[in-house]
Design a protein around this ligand. Sequence first.
Ligand SMILES: Cc1ncc(C[n+]2csc(CCOP(=O)(O)OP(=O)(O)O)c2C)c(N)n1
Length: 542
Amino acid sequence: MNVSEAVGRTLVERGVRQVFGVVGSGNFHVTNAMIDAGARFVAARHEGGAATMTDAYSRMSGEVAVLSVHQGCGLTNAMTGVTEAAKSRTPMVVLAAEATQPKSNFYVDQEMLARSVGAVPIRVGSAESAVSDAAAAVDLARRERRTVILNLPIDVQGDEVVDLSVPAEALAAEAPSPRTEDLTRLVEALAESQRPVFVAGRGSRGPGCRQALEDLAEATGALLATSAVAKGLFNGNEWYLDVSGGFSSPLAAELIVGADLIVGWGCALNMWTMRHGRLIGQGTRVIQVDLDPDAIGSQRPMAEGVIGDVRATARAALDRIGEPVPGYRSDDIRRRIVAEIRWRDVPYEDDSTGDRIDARTLSIALDDLLPDDRVLSIDSGNFMGYPSMYLSVPDEWGFCFTQAYQSIGLGLATAIGAALARPDRLPVAALGDGGALMSIAEMETVARLGLPMVVVIYNDEAYGAEVHHFGPDGHNLDIVEFPPTDIASIARGFGFEAVTVREVSDLSPVADWVSGDRGRPLLIDAKVTSRASWWLEEAFGH
Ligand SMILES: Cc1ncc(C[n+]2csc(CCOP(=O)(O)OP(=O)(O)O)c2C)c(N)n1
């Protein structure tokens, strides 16, 4: 067996079941070796798409997936998606063929590329180390939640591997228990607080975290919220305020600002989640519980830290808490949450024109039409809050938010990866026309895979975020506005069913599609009215 075959086989033996990629000469054999060993391969039409599919699949399945790319240009094409994954600490492996001779056309310094975006480079050094290098890439990704780039030099790929025995897996160290003094500080703060709010982030998506946090919140009278990436985590809990941040409904924002203690659980409490700090009231104490010491205070300098695993820390705190107290929970607040917490219950002035539909009205209508058991993926842009706020999701595995790099164009590939990770749910992709056209090649992938996906385009025929950023200052907007594009016709060309929507009544084919066999994906080209969204206004200039 040669190095390519041994590396492919080892990755699968280490637990990889899903590979995405674009195949060229340098990754042909290794990809086939993975398929021969039992992995499923999905060909994307652009490495950027493949990278984000791998990221979304890993996030929504909890497995380490692999992205397979050609040397040099295959990897550079993938780098935006790889950067998003690395910033999000997505455990995945980028299997990159590598030209090591600088005179090769395909040569770039792939190790430096990896480091520049926060991914971890590993190189398959020789035939002797090939198996252990491949195993180490999966172990590191899983153990430390890192995006690993496994470089596979062309000049070692054909060498004979003699010893195929795979080393034992280096297991993750036990999650650290919080230090006694930190735990005491947390417990005392909870005991002193009259109005605690828990904000759960990415680090709370793990097994048992929800229950541990709900139990502690119950005992301390805390209200519950999440960052956007953990949206849905506390669904069904009557004290869940939904997302903290730009997407917070007015009631959620009011109650978070009114807290006297905010505890971030595996949550950086960044500018989005805390609206640049405006969701933190005067004198509110802020505590962050996080495995990563570097996360403490990185976004909120005044935050106190507890280094520890979310579940273990919440459980340990509960053991020390005395009698349950009502805290922030009252009948009045319960009634208000029922009546006001959902965005669709917040009154708004519908600015639909008959020719164009208000994005809020569109989103509410879709929320009613589409089955609840869905996995929703969101691209970036001015529109992004509407699907995030008005379309409900069943739980934290029903919302895939690849926004750590704030790149447009990742939403469609996100939806493909999420769809494959959660085949039991209806995949929904919500995109702007700009992000959709940037990534449109992957519509072929959706159709080829026969995914029963709904793709919704919030089409304002512009880079709306830029229009609303620069428009108010009177700048010439020609460079960010576009003539109409008939995206429904383009989608039909790829094999979608498609509908153009200008008013709610145009959505009736969506109901037919939902009740039909969903044999082909559905694209909704919604011509929306456009207004500056407050969640982006907050970010302008950053
Ligand atoms: C890769 C990338 N290029 C450029 C930008 C800057 N940018 C942010 S939003 C946006 C416009 C997005 O347009 P669209 O997808 O139509 O959504 P809209 O803002 O109109 O709702 C652009 C160009 C970016 N974030 N990412």
